[in-house]
Design a protein around this ligand. Structure first.
Ligand code: FES
Length: 568
């Protein structure tokens, strides 16, 4: 196979001319023949003025290029789309697959022997790994790293668990306009990703557990010098991979590495989004994530990381306590230490080097977990025939077994309009139900599953209620919240049949979620549902592609034709 600049020649019907022409143009940038004859390491640039989480990307790229060149290879930076959580309409999830397609095709289209993908904000690492897996070129992943913590009136603050907590206090009238404005400038004090165990941190930890990034790369704070030394080291590793043509993602991603990723996802109190992304990544390989097996793992794997929203600390504390290598050491035989990583080392070798930090309390030992079971449980029942997920580690224990009256919102818009209506018929024991917020329904499965507590109840002191939907939830959020109900209501899932006043039973110990309405009545309601038609928003362009091909949450929300085996 051709190397470096000779790879993937543009098709002019004359390979010699194609190479000649390529060199003519690239020499316009001032490159020498010596440079052009080196193995090439492609580097994705996801810097964007709209993406503050990626604010350190230019500095990371500079360090990566240094590492690549110090090892005798040639770095070539190229842009891909960048997605920032709070700047993506309608949702960042709507764009994840577009980023995965863009990244995959740019890796394929341009000559490179290895690639470094630099990402971090929620959907970017999953998109980039999905792309790398499909392109199957030697790949090094560099997470941009978490922000450092903020401070307010002696309290440590972090985006965005504390954004939600403080906004909840503001809604409840516990803090005023002046104070909410002050914390607005203190919740995100540096560039980098959210510094709690949200989706970004979750995916960075999973990436490290999969062996696709350097040890400690998930947790080094974004502004720290160590982040840039790690980037330089990543450049060196990628240069070696470019020369030796491996290992490729297909060599690193095995049943053992996916199992490790699931163990880490449970043990960190990870984001529910992590399960969707890991499923999508696996579906691009010949391996699968089995929801039943994931749930079973959740009963065996304790939560060991004491980070918000399940615990108390922030990513920088996790880092200073020893990071993912130390966590994997504590997990002991739950981790398959023979799994290989990009450096050629096994996890066993990496764990052997884990730092021992006396007195740290961010990474707990197995005999003193913060929760004895894992972060997530998978539920089934007549409301969720193909499954639903609850982050039990961030839920109220007393609500994990609960039967209540349904208060139904038809859509995110309906919920926004009515949830604070003083005349809304709702009590603290009710179950808030949101529908039409799944992959197709909203579209893009918004993080609307964290339904706000109705203002009149919040002001009366209600902090949590059972809430359920076909939506997602930010990994930074907390509460007794059932998510990803599958199939979603917009395609006729049972969530579409719920009516105000129906009784719903949640029993997390039994892993069940049921609508307590008899089957004959449900059948009548099903027959009365309007037929599923193409909505107006999905008539053209990417929206059309999205609506026609998006898979449900249990299949990772990838496009059906992007899975490893293609469209069936
Ligand atoms: Fe980018 Fe949280 S908004 S990681």
């Amino acid at each position: 196979m051709a190397d470096g600049l000779r790879k993937g020649l543009t098709s002019y019907g004359d390979a010699g001319f194609s190479l000649f022409l390529r060199k003519v143009f690239i020499k316009a940038m001032g490159y020498s023949d010596d440079a052009l004859n080196r193995p090439i390491v492609g580097i994705t640039n996801t810097y964007s003025d709209y993406n503050p989480c990626h604010g350190n990307v230019p500095q990371i790229i500079e360090a990566v290029k240094r590492g690549v060149m110090l090892s005798g290879a040639m770095p070539m930076v190229f842009p891909t789309i960048s997605i920032a959580e709070s700047f993506a309409f309608p949702t960042s999830m709507y764009l994840r697959n577009l980023m995965a397609m863009d990244t995959e095709e740019m890796i394929r289209a341009q000559p490179m022997d290895a690639v470094i993908v630099i990402g971090g904000c929620d959907k970017t690492l999953p998109a980039q790994i999905m792309a790398a897996v499909s392109a199957d070129l030697p790949t090094v992943v560099i997470p941009v790293g978490p922000m450092v913590v903020g401070h307010h009136k002696g309290e440590v603050l972090g985006a965005c668990t504390d954004c939600r907590r403080l906004w909840g206090k503001y809604r409840a009238g516990e803090i005023d306009d002046v104070e909410i404005e002050a914390v607005n400038g203190r919740l995100a004090p540096s560039v980098g990703t959210c510094m709690v165990m949200g989706t970004a941190s979750t995916m960075a930890c999973i990436t490290e557990a999969l062996g696709l990034s350097l040890p400690m790369s998930a947790t080094i704070p974004a502004p720290h010098a160590e982040r840039f030394r790690s980037a330089e080291a990543s450049g060196r590793v990628a240069a070696v991979m470019a020369r030796t043509k491996g290992p490729k993602p297909s060599e690193l991603l095995t049943p053992a590495s996916f199992q490790n990723a699931q163990v880490v996802l449970q043990a960190i109190g990870g984001s529910t989004n992590g399960l969707i992304h890991l499923t999508a990544i696996a579906n691009r390989t010949k391996h699968r994530i089995d929801l039943e097996a994931f749930d079973k793992l959740g009963r065996e794997v304790p939560v060991l990381i004491d980070l918000k929203p399940s615990g108390e600390h922030y990513m920088e504390h996790f880092h200073h306590a020893g990071g993912v290598p130390k966590l994997m050491e504590q997990l002991g035989d739950l981790i398959d230490l023979d799994a290989k990583t990009i450096t050629g080392q096994t996890l066993r070798e990496i764990v052997a080097d884990a730092e021992d930090v006396p007195g740290q309390d961010a990474i707990r030992p197995r005999d003193n977990p913060i929760k004895s079971e894992g972060a997530m449980a998978v539920l089934h029942g007549n409301l969720a025939p193909r499954g639903a997920v609850i982050k039990q580690s961030a839920a109220s224990p007393k609500l994990l077994q609960h039967t209540g009256r349904a208060v139904v919102f038809e859509s995110v818009e309906d919920m926004t309009l009515r949830v604070d209506d003083p005349d809304l018929d709702v009590n603290a024991d009710d179950v808030l139900v949101l529908r039409n917020a799944g992959p197709k329904g909203a579209p893009g499965m918004p993080e609307a599953g964290y339904l706000p507590i109705p203002k009149k109840l919040a002001r009366g002191g209600t902090k949590d209620m059972v809430r359920m939907s076909d939506a997602r939830m930010s990994g930074t959020a907390f509460g007794t919240i059932v998510l990803h109900i599958t199939p979603e209501s917009a395609v006729g899932g049972p969530l579409a049949l719920v009516r105000n006043g129906d009784m719903i039973r949640l029993d997390v110990a039994k892993r069940s979620i049921d609508l307590l309405v008899d089957e004959a009545e449900l059948e009548k309601r099903r027959a009365a549902l309007a037929p599923v038609v193409t909505p107006e928003w999905a008539r053209r362009g990417y929206a059309h592609l999205f609506n026609e091909t998006i898979l449900q949450a249990d299949e990772g929300c990838d496009f059906d034709f992007m899975r490893g085996q293609g469209k069936r």
